[in-house]
Design a protein around this ligand. Structure first.
Ligand SMILES: Nc1ncnc2c1ncn2[C@@H]1O[C@H](COP(=O)(O)OP(=O)(O)OP(=O)(O)O)[C@@H](O)[C@H]1O
Ligand SMILES: [Mg+2]
Length: 339
């Protein structure tokens, strides 16, 4: 456990933590230093006012002068946010229960919010968001929804780990495609009202993979088609099953991939990570070229043995395909330690 120097104006916080190993309480303007010499600031308005932070810096340099290492537990500066159960809005959605447990046991704090109420126009996190950087883990959000979501986080006094521009950079194919065009199947992008059958006739490829800016069609005839006329069915089914076409249409050249070879990688703050084995060069290239702070990269082996990027996705809304939850959380623990 990290020994703590506490300066809390919150009586309840003091009462809650009193007696736990390693905590030392200080009243406003005074500090005592824990024997093991590490510092964390816990304050009901954490880093909220210059006055509350200044004396801690003073205490830190005092420690440094004494040659004692001081560090802040930056886990408190990161806060996770999950969708709640639709009916019991103070509990996490069952789908994320395992990940929520892993977040807690990794020492991070979290809040939940009703995704349904957010979609209906109101955002309320429980417990309320602290002054911290917020990492969302949850359902995909459209461009408009994410803009509103990021603004709501800022409105609550916190900061989104991923701003709207970064979210869309990884979430929308036309944004990431130009950066890695030679690593992924050739793709043409079209506005939503395009006559796709006419487009496909002019391309005259042997097969086509059709999706919108975000998702393929998983039902009906699927996304992989061989005649231009089928494109209208794909578009119509997407509208029917998903309610909308997000952004526009993407027509991708079909490549022959080996079954069961797709793997998901995560890039956090420029560093690529693998669930198992090493990180391939193509993922390192993605990490260098795509500036979003947190995204996933799906890589598959083509029949000729070349690794191809199938898709980039925003890390907050990517499933943990092939990753253990603890392993995923370890990325953030390491990140928190290093920042
Ligand atoms: N250009 C392509 N050529 C051949 N197969 C493809 C191509 N693009 C995608 N696929 C196959 O279709 C699958 C789904 O594609 P993609 O990931 O782009 O859509 P998605 O809707 O995000 O699917 P998922 O939710 O499974 O990730 C890929 O895992 C891959 O096996
Ligand atoms: Mg995918």
């Amino acid at each position: 456990m990290v020994p703590l120097l506490m300066r809390s104006r919150s009586k309840t916080a003091r009462q809650r933590l009193r007696g736990k190993t390693g905590f030392t309480f200080c009243n406003q303007g005074t500090f005592s230093i824990h024997a093991r010499g590490c510092i964390a600031i816990i304050n009901s308005s954490y880093c909220g006012s210059v006055d509350s932070v200044k004396p801690v810096f003073a205490a830190t340099s005092h420690l440094q002068r004494k040659g004692i290492a001081a560090r802040c537990d930056s886990r408190q500066a990161m806060h996770f946010l999950f969708p709640s159960d639709p009916l019991r809005t103070k509990r996490p959605d069952e789908f994320y229960a395992e990940e929520v447990a892993a977040v807690r046991s990794a020492g991070f704090n979290l809040s939940v919010f009703s995704f349904e109420k957010f979609q209906a126009g109101s955002f309320q996190a429980f417990p309320p968001l602290p002054v911290a950087t917020v990492i969302y883990r949850g359902w995909m959000l459209s461009r408009r929804e994410y803009e509103r979501f990021a603004a709501a986080i800022v409105g609550a006094g916190a900061t989104p780990f991923t701003d709207t521009k970064s979210y869309l950079l990884a979430h929308h194919l036309p944004n990431w495609y130009p950066a890695i065009a030679e690593l992924t199947p050739e793709t043409r992008i079209f506005p939503v009202d395009t006559d796709l059958a006419a487009v496909l006739r002019s391309l005259s490829w042997p097969e086509y993979f059709i999706k919108d800016y975000v998702k393929s069609l998983k039902t009906s005839i699927g996304s992989r088609i061989s005649t231009p006329e089928q494109a209208e069915t794909v578009a119509a089914e997407m509208r029917c099953f998903r309610g909308t076409i997000e952004g526009g249409g993407c027509v991708r050249r079909v490549e022959s991939f080996l079954p069961e070879t797709e793997q998901r990688y995560f890039v956090l703050d420029g560093v690529p990570h693998a669930a198992s084995g090493h990180v391939p060069t193509s993922v390192e290239n993605c990490a260098r070229r795509i500036t979003s702070r947190f995204f996933s990269v799906d890589v598959v082996k083509r029949v000729d043995g070349v690794l191809r990027v199938v898709e980039i996705g925003d890390g907050q809304v990517s499933d943990l395909v092939g990753w253990k939850t603890e392993q995923f959380l370890y990325l953030f623990s390491r990140f928190a330690q290093q920042n």
